[in-house]
Design a protein around this ligand. Structure first.
Ligand code: NAI
Length: 242
């Protein structure tokens, strides 16, 4: 069974659909958007997959533990956790409020910590598990206006490596995916000229699709990736290649 946080839309939804297509029973989650959670579940069921939806705020300690516990009780096990839920509150540092900082760290980093801690218990018992954290190239190279987001994503990368080292001997892998620009609601906020400017710097010449991330997540979740742990896979059309 796979739990994908923030999977009502965007990258998370594509990951949930892909894992379901590859045979996993999937728990779809969104913060408050019941209708989109239900539509993602319906899409999986329509395609012959197994899924259920749980609305929960991973920015709250209780939200995370309830999400993981209900997910486990729905399907009786938990094999794959994808920490995908994330938000942006972009602002230049001098104008960044305490709240902008706290909300982003809370959802993007603390949420992943809380969900992973709750999910590891059954994985340790069954001596198999996959933790996949959706980071960002902002967390690797920084981005003006995203000090909060970049710090959270860099933290998520270091968190991934620490978890990977802690649980490697128990058959559990932990990896991060760092997407570049992917076409979702999150990037839709950029106006057309900002998007054109970004594309100029992407060697492959286009903004990525959620599918591009979903394929990598499905690979990391599979047995084929059993010898990969503590890594960051960059999915950015070559934007940050060195
Ligand atoms: P999106 O804004 O389209 O979707 C975000 C999802 O997270 C939604 O399902 C929303 O309900 C959920 N969510 C937000 N806060 C939540 C909370 N507190 N509790 C539960 N669910 C919550 O975002 P997108 O673009 O699909 O991003 C997904 C992940 O990928 C995020 O972690 C984001 O930082 C990361 N990412 C996205 C990139 C992009 O270009 N779109 C680039 C790099 C990373």
């Amino acid at each position: 069974m796979a739990l994908v946080t923030g999977s009502s839309r965007g990258i998370g939804r594509a990951v949930a659909l892909k894992l379901a297509e590859r045979g996993a029973a999937v728990v779809v989650n969104g913060r408050s958007d019941t209708a989109t959670v239900e539509s993602a579940v319906a899409e999986i069921l329509d395609k012959g997959g197994q899924a259920c939806g749980i609305v929960a705020d991973i920015g709250q300690s209780q939200g995370c533990s309830q999400l993981v516990q209900s997910a486990i009780s729905q399907f009786g096990r938990l094999d794959i956790l994808v920490n995908n839920a994330g938000i942006v509150r972009d602002q230049l540092l001098l104008r960044m409020s305490d709240e902008d900082w706290d909300q982003v760290i809370n959802t993007n980093l603390r949420g992943a910590f809380l969900c992973t801690r709750a999910a590891l218990r059954p994985m340790l018992k069954q001596r198999w598990g996959r933790v996949i954290n959706i980071a960002s190239i902002s967390g690797l190279i920084g981005n003006p206006g995203q000090a909060n987001y970049a710090a959270a994503k860099a933290g998520l990368v270091a968190f991934t490596k620490s978890v990977a080292r802690e649980v490697a001997s128990r058959g559990i892998t932990a990896n991060a995916i760092a997407p570049g620009f992917i076409q979702t609601d999150m990037t839709q906020r950029l106006n057309a000229s900002a998007q054109e400017e970004i594309v100029k710097h992407i060697p492959l010449g286009y903004i990525g699709d959620p599918q591009d991330v979903a394929e990598v997540a499905a690979f990391l979740a599979s047995e084929k990736a059993r010898y990969i742990t503590g890594q960051v896979l960059v999915v950015d059309g070559g934007l940050t290649m060195v």
